[in-house]
Design a protein around this ligand. Structure first.
Ligand code: UDP
Length: 245
């Protein structure tokens, strides 16, 4: 397709283009899925569109709850217009239930409910394999001030309260999620990136027994199959809840 917008960044799951206004960007969601630092790759037709539509809905909910985000509006089904931000190279992971890397690196059993949310901060750096950081290491690297770090941590906790209750309404358990933040041209901190089954673990609560049914990227990471079906189900539940027929 002829593209009149200039590509400024291409990541694993998204392309970012300049937009007319200097303070805005177009973010196009791709169908590519990657895991284990892109050692595992696959294309899923329709994933980009589903993640874009799901993210847009979630951003709208967060904005209504006074969370500052980069989201402005949808341009089409797989493209959103967002405020341009300088991304802070940190991945802020919040965990409500133990799973994934937490269980690989500690003796905590998968599925353990955490009595208070755990925040793990990783360096966004593929070459170093996104290492887990400490507060002191973050300070040492001068990535951001300790006030800004506290602000981001508090915002993440607030976002968790909003998202946990929203997902519970649609019979989904919010196990964990990863957020990214950035500075806009006025130096305000905004939530960026996306909020979708690519960066949230969501378990189906419509199960009679205790079996874990993942409706997220674990379907790809763990070769469970049915990724598009799972993402479509999330999209459908969100839409049915927000616009009941
Ligand atoms: N996550 C992510 N990008 C990453 C690593 C993790 O979006 O590069 C998300 C992941 O989808 C999950 C949460 O962060 O919702 C916690 O992931 P974890 O640290 O358990 O890593 P994983 O098991 O994916 O290796």
């Amino acid at each position: 397709m002829h593209n009149k917008y200039k590509l400024i960044y291409e990541g694993k799951a998204k392309k970012v283009f300049n937009y007319g206004d200097v303070d805005k960007v177009r973010i196009e969601f791709k169908d590519d899925a990657t895991a284990f630092n892109a050692l595992k790759k696959e294309k899923f037709e329709g994933k980009g569109k589903l993640n874009c539509l799901i993210s847009a809905r979630i951003f709208e909910i967060l904005i209504k709850n006074n969370i500052p985000t980069h989201f402005i509006e949808l341009a089409n089904e797989n493209t959103m217009i967002a405020k341009k931000i300088k991304v802070i190279p940190l991945e802020i992971v919040l965990r409500n239930t133990a799973y994934g890397s937490l269980c690989k690196q500690t003796t905590i059993k998968p599925g353990t409910f955490l009595s208070k949310p755990l925040i793990d901060i990783y360096l966004k750096n593929d070459e170093l394999n996104d290492p887990l950081l400490t507060k002191d290491r973050i300070e040492l690297m001068n990535i951001l001030s300790s006030d800004d770090l506290d602000y981001i941590i508090n915002l993440t906790l607030k976002i968790n309260v909003i998202l946990k209750s929203f997902f519970k309404n649609i019979q989904l358990q919010l196990v964990d999620f990863k957020l990214e933040f950035g500075y806009d041209f006025r130096n305000n901190i905004l939530l960026g990136d996306e909020i979708s089954p690519d960066n949230c673990r969501l378990w189906d609560l419509n199960q009679k027994n205790d079996t874990i049914v993942s409706l997220d990227k674990d379907r790809f990471r763990n070769d469970l199959g049915g990724l598009i079906e799972a993402y479509s189900e999330i999209h459908k539940r969100i839409n049915d809840f927000l616009e009941p027929s």
